[in-house]
Design a protein around this ligand. Structure first.
Ligand code: SME
Length: 163
């Protein structure tokens, strides 16, 4: 049984530090990317409050220029997203984090769950190329700030070799 959980009362910096070390411990020695992304989605869900969706979209060799749905927690979601489309496609095309305080104001936002109000999408880079994005949705407006973005960016860097 795994018992990874955030220490109560930690500030965000500590919380994301714990998330990263838990992610490395949870994926240590496991070569299967899907298994690791499934567990990482559950870990994010456990550590980060007020989410309605948390998971991965992947860049696959047989589908250049688009993201393909990977392991996640939340409602069923759109399966393929073109680079440049929506929040995820914008993160993938630009290779930069997208922290969206109000998804209704993001041009081309793709609504997979009508409850989503804010969103954080962080690209996962390996050897300078985007291999996936980590997508977090919240039903709360402006749920994510620069500390959340920095925390998930640190996670993306930590697990890039394990997915
Ligand atoms: N909202 C995303 C689509 C993915 S779902 O949120 C799971 C977007 O605009 O790219």
């Amino acid at each position: 049984m795994f018992t990874f959980a955030p220490t109560p009362g930690r500030d965000k910096t500590e919380l994301y530090r714990e998330l990263c070390s838990s992610a490395l411990a949870l994926t240590a020695g496991e070569p299967d990317a899907v298994a690791n992304m499934a567990n990482l989605s559950a870990l994010i869900w456990t550590f980060v409050a007020d989410l309605n969706w948390a998971g991965f979209y992947r860049v696959l060799p047989h589908a250049p220029g688009e993201l393909v749905l990977g392991p996640f927690i939340g409602k069923p979601a759109c399966i393929r997203i073109a680079f440049g489309s929506g929040v995820c496609g914008t993160a993938a095309a630009s290779g930069t984090t997208q922290c969206v305080t109000d998804v209704h104001l993001f041009p081309g936002h793709i609504a997979c769950d009508a409850a989503s109000r804010s969103e954080l999408v962080v690209p996962v880079l390996r050897h300078g190329a985007v291999i996936a994005v980590i997508d977090l949705d919240s039903p709360l407006p402006a749920r994510f700030d620069a500390d959340d973005a920095a925390g998930i960016e640190a996670l993306a860097e930590a697990i890039a070799a394990r997915i």
